[in-house]
Write a new protein. Structure first.
Length: 362
């Protein structure tokens, strides 16, 4: 039985990128792949499977929603019934704080982690908090989807954002086609976004500022948007008719709601979608090190990615997996990517200050 703990909390975020190596002064040594990876059911592993089964447990720290994570771990345990998979789910800032407090106290509980904030992943790498493990599944991932040096963490999912609207409330002539169309005065008092705790929202703020200048968000603020921590809250308000439009709408959230029969539509802006990431790695000093490696290999593999997509509706960075249920592959999308990660990270205090003021938090 999968067990989990979930706690609310603010998410101290930024969606940064793998070009941060020089900025952070990280080394360049690569992890040596094992000479003879073992072929499993649909994937390869360098973990000692017998030892992993003897360990009998894997503890997974994650920022993913609990219901979907329960489904994913159930699939892992179907493949490895001798290993009990449990998880702790927190928002990114709280998850990182918990992990670092445990490490400082030399209380090691986590075997593997998925976190949505690049800043935290890079910081943990600097602190020696990851095992440098070269998964055989890394070969299926582009260099930009892997840590520098490789082996510390990997992009296990792509988080896509665009615009979503309620077709009952937005007439055909007001349907937005671009990010600029999201500033339509007709949406005043009926549009929402995420709070500054969202790394995806920071990404949208940064990229749309580049495309349209600072005035974009000044005009957006004039619409009196509401801010929420959860995309579930965002979409529920829109579906229930309290809002017309969700700005920086998470594609996976749209797909989940659509699968349940909700009346809503998603717009892939003509100027491109915003993309965030979920980062996977094996934690150093783990109580179940071989089980942690085995889990990482599985989650990065085709079977693991399909299980993940079916549960969370997020997109896989792999090119050999199908899109999430009801969705289209990211290869068919125009993607907006950060091109200066140093500048992006430095922009976070300004983003938080301006965004919180707009949302009436400070």
């Amino acid at each position: 039985m999968t067990q989990y703990v979930t706690m609310p909390g603010r998410l101290f975020t930024t969606v940064a990128g793998l070009a941060l190596t020089a900025f952070l002064g990280l080394g360049t040594a690569q992890a040596a792949p094992c000479a003879n990876p073992v072929q499993m059911q649909g994937f390869k592993t360098c973990a000692n499977v017998a030892k992993a089964e003897q360990e009998g447990e894997v503890v997974f720290y994650t920022t993913d929603p609990p219901a979907g994570t329960t489904e994913v771990l159930a699939q892992f345990m179907k493949t490895f019934p001798k290993i009990k998979a449990t998880f702790i789910r927190l928002q990114a800032g709280n998850l990182m704080a918990k992990l670092m407090a445990e490490r400082q106290a030399k209380t090691y509980l986590a075997d593997a982690m998925a976190i949505s904030e690049m800043t935290f992943a890079v910081d943990l790498q600097k602190r020696g908090g990851y095992v440098q493990y070269d998964s055989p599944e890394h070969a299926a991932y582009l260099p930009e989807y892997k840590s520098k040096p490789e082996g510390y963490f990997t992009w296990g999912a792509l988080i896509v954002a665009g615009l979503a609207y309620n077709p009952k409330l937005v007439p055909a002539n007001e349907v937005p086609k671009s990010w600029a169309d999201g500033l339509n005065p007709a949406f005043a008092g009926a549009i929402n976004a995420k709070l500054s705790t969202s790394g995806l929202q920071h990404g949208a703020w940064y990229k749309l500022r580049q495309l349209y200048g600072p005035d974009y968000w000044t005009k957006f603020g004039a619409l009196q948007p509401r801010g929420f921590d959860s995309y579930v809250q965002q979409f529920d308000r829109m579906i229930n008719g309290q809002d017309k439009v969700v700005h920086s709408a998470q594609y996976s959230g749209y797909l989940q709601m659509k699968a349940k029969g909700a009346q809503l539509e998603f717009v892939f802006p003509t100027d491109g979608v915003i993309v965030g990431q979920q980062l996977y790695g094996v934690i150093a000093d783990a109580p179940h090190p071989e089980a942690g490696k085995l889990f990482l290999d599985w989650i990065l593999s085709v079977p693991g990615q399909i299980a993940y997509q079916n549960a969370h509706f997020l997109s896989s960075p792999r090119s050999d997996t199908p899109p999430p249920p009801g969705g289209i592959p990211t290869s068919q999308m125009k993607v907006l990517l950060v091109d200066d990660w140093d500048d992006y990270m430095k922009s976070r205090p300004q983003f938080v200050r301006e965004w919180d003021k707009m949302m009436g938090i400070r």
